[in-house]
Design a binder for this molecule. Sequence first.
Ligand SMILES: Cc1ncc(COP(=O)(O)O)c(C=O)c1O
Length: 422
Amino acid sequence: MNDKEIEELIQAEVRRQREGLEMIPSENHTSKDVLAALGSRLTDKYSEGYPGMRYYGGCEIVDKVENLARDRAKALFGVSHVNVQPYSGSPANMAVYFALADPGDTVMGLELFYGGHMTHGLKVNFSGKWFNSVQYRTGRDGYLDYDGMAELVKEHKPKLIFVGATAYPRIIDWQRLREIADLCGAFLVADISHIAGLVVAGAHPSPVGIADVVTTTTHKTLRGPRGAIIMCNGNPSNPLKKADRTRENLPTLIDRAIIPGLQGGPHNHQTAAIAVALREASTPEFKEYGHQIVRNARHLADRLMERGYDLVTSGTDNHLLLIDLTNKNMRGADAEKALGLAGITVNKNTVPFDTRPPFDPSGIRLGTPALTTRGMKETEMDQIADWIDKAISAHGSDAKLTEIRGAVKEFVKAFPLPGEDN
Ligand SMILES: Cc1ncc(COP(=O)(O)O)c(C=O)c1O
């Protein structure tokens, strides 16, 4: 690369990833094939529209790329319609609001500070500004409060209900949510961004066929490039025609919400990389990967609870742990910093009913998807739990944290990033 400044920064970031333990639960390490597709000349091509109906010439090859991505997603998730064009998770969700509601309509989602995402109705997000957003919460026990949701639905009669989370460690009961949405005839939207990889592996129940629309980012447990897809069932899409807001018309409503509703030209390099990731996710190895993520998270949770850590819901069913550090007399930000100095990347996070402010919360959120990609298993989780505990206890002692960092750096040599040799 001629641009040495950027090249050095890329290399520095690769080193940071290689030499540390990446435990942010929404991150992962992609394969060389995914990176190759992302770095391809497909990025040069404009192709507004959909395969077979584009506003540009020269689209015959990118049409094939997009059709492959769609077909692979359909087969993997078992749906009849997929839109692979959303630039990322937030615009995917925005398109769903545009498809199913009008500004001012009532919508419902899980409050950010209880594990939801900004696009699920946070007041300062478009979803809370343009729509009448009613937010539900978890109960005191940290589990989704399904009965409380049902009451809210009866009272507010939302047009659509978003369900999905960025910081929720338990299985989501889609069937129960369907019944709740049916109390007022609301569209049910499942945002499985965090758990998509677990869903395709069979390590978490799938909302497909239960929720009306399913959105997911492609870059978390699904282990693809940054991007998103939207899935639904219904009549074949006709993006050239206006459609009424019925379940049969969902494919058309979604496609029209993406373009012309929200986006311009699709990112063809990203679509190709999504197709590559979907193929990888359809292998038996990926199935095993998804289950190992959960085994690792459960093992780590047990080891940390043995050391007195207070886990929200006292454990995990999925890829992440949410730890309330109040009993350790520590702020989430201090733990994040100490762990960072020790080579372990996590993020501070609110816990349900947090007594501290959102920008300085009581907890940390950590997960196992990236570690599992590197081949780590339960034995390694024993060691990592020990380092997490030691680093949090050593908060403020740079010498001790640097010592752990050195040990981490040695340890990860046996677990190369995808496509690298050890
Ligand atoms: C549940 C959920 N939905 C949507 C998003 C948004 O994705 P993006 O960051 O790609 O816009 C995220 C990202 O963290 C998420 O966790």
